[in-house]
Design a protein around this ligand. Sequence first.
Ligand code: NAD
Length: 524
Amino acid sequence: MTVTPEKTPEKDPEKIPDLRVVDAVRLHGDWVTGAGDLYTVVDPATGAEVQTIHQISAEQARAAIDAADTAFRTSGWRDLMPHERAAGLRRIADGIDRNRERLARIQTANTGKTLTETTKLVASAAGTFRYYAAAVESRQEAVTPRRGPWDTVSVLEPLGVVAAITPWNSPIASDAQKIAPALAAGNAVVLKPAEWTPLVAMALMEIVVASGLPEGLVTVLPGKSAVIGDAITGHPAVAKISFTGGTGAGKRIAHQAADRLIPTTLELGGKSPTIVCEDADVDQALQGVLFGIFSSTGQSCIAGSRLFVHRSIYRGFVDELVRRARQLRIGPGTDPATDVGPLVHARHRDTVHGYVERARGEGGTVLCGGKAPDATELADGNYYEPTVIEGLANSSDTCQEEIFGPVLVCLPFDDEDDLVDQANDTVYGLAVGIWTPAYLRARRLARRIDAGTVWINTYKQFSISTPFSGFKDSGLGVDKGLDGLAEYSKRKSLYWGLDQAPMGWGRPTPHPSDHDTSHTEETS
Ligand code: NAD
């Protein structure tokens, strides 16, 4: 494998000006310029260039995985005591904290998210590294019950090289949720960020290098999935694929992994219902529904994008929701007053608008939004107004497909059975929100609706210590929590024999002449 190591001058993260990241992939202890296409990151709020980076080639991706495999086998990381690996994770967490403002600004410039949100995401990434540091150093291996003349011990082994593949909507948080448990469990990791949002992962790589982890143990691979995707997922040294992204790409990756019989964790799309019962606290539910769909400009896997309201309060609730949606402040993520930032990319705004046009074609009524804002100061960004639609059947494309933008569809329901049928009538099963003070009703609905996460009288709240998973086409396997750590280990069972005598099986029958007959009954 020949990869020409063209060293870049900008090696030291402390010397990188303002928000620019080291434009290189880390290979064999050096920063090497990507040999793939150039990609220009454009600020979704202004259309201004943020940074042009060199994506990597498939050959470089393969070289990085070879290096990760070498680091896994020879660096000694996997054999460190858990508390020693935990110390490495804490150094990364400290590096994230030291760079908190820079990372948040990079993420806002790349994704368009508000600084308020990206600051929280950066803090959560540091928290994730600390959580998995604590989790691994307190993780128990098991002495299992004895059922024979052996002591039995079940230990945990790392898998090898983990390929972590993340989407564009919450980069540093989703990156940390894969890198931290994978490293904690003793693996090496290659991380492929989404093509549109490579910057914060590349900045994280600078922090990993500064943290002094063994070279090659973590590598960020910026590039197009069409160019480097198969080089990563098909590499024979990749022992697990941890993927967050769309259901279509997830299924394709699952097929590739099945052919190689390697495990996957798949966190995929959603079309999550939010349910407002007739006894809900209306003000609380209204704010929760608005936040659930319009925060992050709807670009969230767990966005509450299908609203079910009890028919008896439907009209009043939806009218007030529309009034409040119109008042949300649209603007750049850098403005602290902004509620709704731009969409990540101009192409994505076209996709979102295409869905709204489709909803109109399906007979839906657009109650608000459905277009880019008129304000001239927003003309250069990928802005889209918070959009509320009603009058569609739950079976319509707009109600069934993930739009991943600020678009909410509203549907009335009559009773619990009707509601559960409609809520579950989707291929997805990621999350559900339930607004009611009635404990038993909330409990019934929570258990009957197919979803990995249920929020009751709240929405879109997360804790790294609580497992996250999707039902149906929303995913397979678990991120977060102790279950999330278990995804990066495999079990090995050790039997310690306690018999001192040799095993009796298969021993040749002694020849009669060998018999010492002095103690047999016949002679006694
Ligand atoms: P995407 O599926 O297009 O891409 C996700 C990542 O996979 C990107 O890095 C992409 O380059 C890569 N990729 C795509 N095909 C690949 C292949 N064949 N081989 C290797 N890599 C490949 O998704 P997106 O548009 O970036 O993100 C939006 C999607 O992510 C939405 O569907 C959203 O619901 C989902 N998502 C899910 C969760 C969750 O936890 N369930 C969280 C965030 C986002």
